[in-house]
Design a protein. Structure first.
Length: 338
């Protein structure tokens, strides 16, 4: 049986649960290889099963590593579980409430993070897919001709996504951010139909074989912008250098935050230092002041400090890091783009 399924079965046994209910698409994919295009239910138990919609049956049967049945109704699923003697059911924390209420009268239920803990540590083949996604994204970024043909923010975002797909991505891993001038002070700015101004901040990523990449680069043009860029680059570099197994996530955040605070911009760094990624662009753990998760070998994280000066401009620099004996940057795109 698949290693991921076996590990979850061990967790269930320790906590006296008999089954684990998953509906989140990437969780279903993680344990079965099948990524739903419609709703699906995956139940991890001694004989795990996926209930797929009729629209997905061909796809599920061709890709799932565990048994697949066509979904008929909640009552059928519940009765089949009860016939197997299942009384205690664990659920993923993200399970929709509308699904929870269907099961709560028939089982003892509690939310468990077994799947999140499994997904925190990437297998070598998962890291290779993230590295390939990063390679595609960075190659595509370098194909942009911003200096000679700047275009609008929307046009640049469109071109970047097109390049990624042409280079082998299935799609972008999140809505590509291309922002410039004063709007770059908005961390999640939406590209506008306006000509690029200065500075230019681009946050983008590709998906390859289901796995995400994530980078941010900011191109600066004035002495003031360069001053802020240098501070962010120092925080970025020193946080990456500090990352190692055994640290707490909050300690990585503190390294970056202390540098930015030392220059007097503590209140201008308005988000966490990073996040994990994989099948989803944001996974557990996060790298905030509050997250005390211990860093382990096999984690893949982003480091993305930023300074945002409201009404003026913002600077963010981001790379994805694979954790072995230390933190190693995935990809080879320079921080300083000219």
């Amino acid at each position: 049986m698949d290693l991921h399924v076996n590990n979850i079965l061990n967790d269930l046994e320790k906590d006296d649960f008999q089954a684990y209910l998953l509906t989140q698409f990437t969780n279903v994919e993680y344990v079965s290889g099948y990524r739903p295009t419609s709703f699906a239910f995956c139940i991890i138990k001694e004989n795990p099963i996926v209930y797929a919609s009729g629209m997905d049956m061909e796809l599920a049967k061709n890709t799932s590593s565990i048994e697949v049945k066509e979904y008929e109704s909640y009552d059928v699923m519940i009765n089949e579980l009860k016939e197997e003697g299942i009384k205690c059911l664990a659920i993923e924390p993200a399970l929709p409430f509308s699904t929870f209420v269907r099961f709560r009268d028939d089982f003892e239920i509690d939310a468990k993070t077994y799947i999140d803990k499994q997904r925190m540590i990437k297998m070598p083949e998962e890291i290779k897919k993230i590295a390939k996604a990063t390679e595609i994204a960075q190659k595509s970024f370098l194909q942009l001709d911003i200096l000679n043909n700047p275009g609008t923010e929307k046009e640049v975002a469109f071109d970047l996504v097109r390049h990624m797909i042409e280079n082998g991505a299935s799609k972008e891993s999140f809505d590509t951010i291309v922002t410039s001038g004063a709007s770059s002070s908005l961390p999640h700015a939406i590209p506008e139909a306006k000509k690029l101004s200065q500075p230019i901040l681009i946050d983008w990523g590709a998906i390859f074989d289901g796995y995400c990449s994530d980078n941010t680069r900011t191109m600066v043009y004035s002495e003031r912008q360069q001053e802020i860029w240098d501070i962010v680059a120092e925080a970025h570099d020193k946080a990456i250098k500090a990352v190692k197994p055994g640290m707490k996530c909050c300690e990585v955040d503190k390294v970056a935050r202390d540098i930015i605070s030392g220059y007097g911009y503590e209140d201008k760094f308005i988000h966490s230092t990073g996040h994990s990624l994989g099948l989803d662009i944001h996974e557990t753990p996060g790298f905030s002041l509050r997250d005390k998760t211990i860093i382990e070998e096999g984690m893949v994280i982003t480091v993305e400090p930023g300074i945002y000066l409201e009404g003026e401009f913002g600077v963010r620099l981001e790379d994805t890091i694979s954790i072995s004996k230390k933190g190693e940057v995935i990809g080879d795109l320079p921080l300083n783009i000219e």
